[in-house]
Design a protein around this ligand. Structure first.
Ligand SMILES: [Zn+2]
Length: 431
C-alpha cells in the first residue's frame, strides 16, 4: 500500500534540530520511500492532508512493563522496595496468562493513543504480550523478566523459556517483534545466574534488558556485597559483553558514567517512575554531554501512572534544569531525541526507526496543531517538549500501516479491553 502525506510540517529528528514546512512524505509498503517539497504527480492508494498537522517519528518507550497496567492506581505512595515486596509481587503471583494479554492490550492502546510506536517490555507470560503486539500493529522489543530461583532445575526451565520465546517470536509479524534476555536486576539475580543470562544472549545473538542502579539502597547493598557499584559489578561479570539496555541508572558515580560511555550500555531515564518512587534524579545532562544516547521510558503504569511519553519528554526537559540549576540543561530537542533516535539506538533499531529518513520503516505520528495550547507556532520543537499533550496525537502509522486515524484506533475494540481489565482486577484478590 502507498500512502502520501501532503503539505505537512516535518520534524525529522535526524540530528539537525530543524522544522521543515510544506513537506510531502511518500510511504511505500512498510518504508519511507521519499520526502520532498514540490508537488509530484503520484498514483497512491491513500492521501493524508497534512494541513495544521506536524509529522515526527513515532515515540519509543524504551522501558516498560505492559502487563502491569492492571495495577494502575492500585498501590501508590510507597517506597520502591515496600511497593514491590508488599503490594505488587503478592498480586503478580496470582496473575494468569490471559490477564497479561488484556493488560498488554490496554497498555498498547494507551501507548498508540499518545504517540508511541515502539516499546521495550519486560514481564512474564510474554507469549500473551507478543500476541497483543501482533494484533495491535505496534513494534516492540520483548524480554521475559527473569529472577534467580536459587534452584538449578527451576533456573534451567526459565532459560529454556527464554530460548523458546526467542524461537517463537523474534522477528515475528514482519520483524515487528525482537526478543532480548531480561534478568530483572542484580539484587534479584545471583552472579552465576547473570553470567548464564549473558551466555544465553550470546547464543541467541541478542541483548540484555536489566534494571541497574535504580536506588541509593541498591547501590549501597551492591558495595556491601560485591565491593562494587551495580555498574562496576555488571561490567566485571561480563554483562556488557552484549548490547545492554539498562533501565533507570539513577545513582551513578563519575566512574559509572565513564564505564557506560566506554561500553555497550544504553541507559534509559524513567523520570515519572523515579519521582513517584522517590528514587532520585538521573544525571541526564551529564550523561548526554558525555555522548551517551540516553533513552526515555515510562516504566510501568503502576509506578508512573500512565504510559504517556509526552509527559516523560516534558519531565526530562524540565526537571534536569532544576536539578542542575541550569536552564540550558537538557534542551527541548535533546528531550525529543531521548524519546526517538536515542530510544532506537538503545533498542538496537537505529537503522529501522527513530527518525524520518528515506529507507527507514514508516513509523510516524501526526500531531494536531489546531489546538489552543499549540498557538502561536513560534517554535514547534519547543511546543512538542513543553506544550504538547499525548492526546494531541491524531494519526499513528506503524510499519507503513495506519493504526490510528483522526484519533480513532482502528480494528481494536476498546470497550472489550476496558471491561476485561475491570473483571480481572476484581477477581484477583479472591484467587
Ligand atoms: Zn522497570
Amino acid at each position: 500500500m502507498n500512502i502520501l502525506i501532503k503539505n505537512i510540517t516535518l520534524v525529522p529528528m535526524d540530528g539537525k534540530d530543524e522544522i521543515l514546512s510544506n513537506m510531502n512524505i511518500l510511504i511505500e509498503n512498510d518504508k519511507i520511500k521519499d520526502i520532498f517539497k514540490d508537488d509530484k504527480d503520484l498514483k497512491v492508494d491513500k492521501i493524508i492532508d497534512g494541513k495544521n498537522k506536524l509529522l515526527m517519528p513515532g515515540l519509543i518507550n524504551s522501558h516498560t512493563h505492559t502487563g502491569m497496567s492492571i495495577f494502575r492506581n492500585y498501590a501508590d505512595d510507597l517506597p520502591l522496595h515496600e511497593w514491590l515486596n508488599v503490594a505488587i509481587w503478592p498480586l503478580e503471583a496470582k496473575l494468569v496468562a490471559e490477564d497479561v494479554y488484556w493488560a498488554s492490550k490496554l497498555s498498547i492502546v494507551e501507548m498508540i493513543q499518545s504517540g508511541t510506536t515502539t516499546f521495550s517490555d519486560m514481564y512474564f507470560f510474554m507469549d500473551e504480550t507478543a500476541k497483543a503486539v501482533g494484533e495491535t500493529g505496534i513494534r516492540s522489543v520483548l524480554s521475559r523478566g527473569i529472577a534467580d530461583e536459587n534452584d538449578p532445575i527451576k533456573n534451567a526451565a526459565k532459560f529454556d523459556e527464554v530460548r523458546k520465546m526467542h524461537k517463537d517470536w523474534h522477528n515475528a509479524f514482519d520483524g515487528r517483534i525482537k526478543v532480548m534476555v531480561g534478568p530483572h536486576a542484580p539484587y534479584t539475580c545471583g552472579t552465576d545466574f547473570l553470567k548464564e543470562c549473558v551466555s544465553v544472549a550470546k547464543e541467541l545473538n541478542t541483548g540484555i534488558h536489566i534494571h541497574l542502579s535504580e536506588t541509593k539502597k541498591e547501590v549501597e547493598d551492591s558495595f556491601e556485597i560485591h565491593e562494587l557499584s551495580p555498574i562496576e559489578y555488571a561490567k566485571e561479570i561480563g554483562i556488557f559483553d552484549v548490547h545492554t539496555l539498562a533501565a533507570h541508572c539513577v545513582v551513578l558515580s563519575q566512574e559509572d558514567i565513564e564505564i557506560i560511555r566506554d561500553n555497550n550500555v544504553y541507559p534509559v531515564n524513567n523520570p515519572g517512575s523515579n519521582f513517584k518512587l522517590a528514587s532520585g534524579f538521573a544525571k541526564v545532562d551529564e550523561i548526554l554531554s558525555k555522548g551517551i544516547p540516553m533513552a526515555l521510558g515510562t516504566d510501568s503504569s503502576s509506578s508512573n501512572n500512565n504510559l504517556n511519553m509526552f509527559e516523560e519528554i516534558n519531565l526530562a526537559a524540565l526537571v534536569n534544569k532544576s536539578v542542575t540549576e541550569d536552564a540550558t540543561s537538557v534542551s527541548a530537542y535533546q528531550a525529543l531525541e531521548m524519546a526517538t533516535i536515542n530510544g532506537a539506538k538503545a533498542l538496537n533499531l537505529q537503522d529501522e526507526v527513530g527518525s524520518i529518513e528515506v529507507g527507514k520503516k514508516a513509523d510516524m505520528i501526526l500531531i494536531d496543531l489546531n489546538v489552543s495550547h499549540l498557538y502561536p507556532r513560534n517554535n514547534l520543537i519547543s511546543a512538542l517538549a513543553y506544550s504538547a499533550q499525548g492526546s494531541d496525537v491524531d494519526t499513528v502509522i506503524i510499519d507503513g500501516k495506519i493504526v490510528m486515524e483522526d484519533k480513532k484506533i482502528l480494528n481494536i475494540d476498546l470497550n472489550e479491553i476496558f471491561s476485561q481489565v475491570e473483571r480481572i482486577i476484581s477477581e484477583i484478590p479472591t484467587r
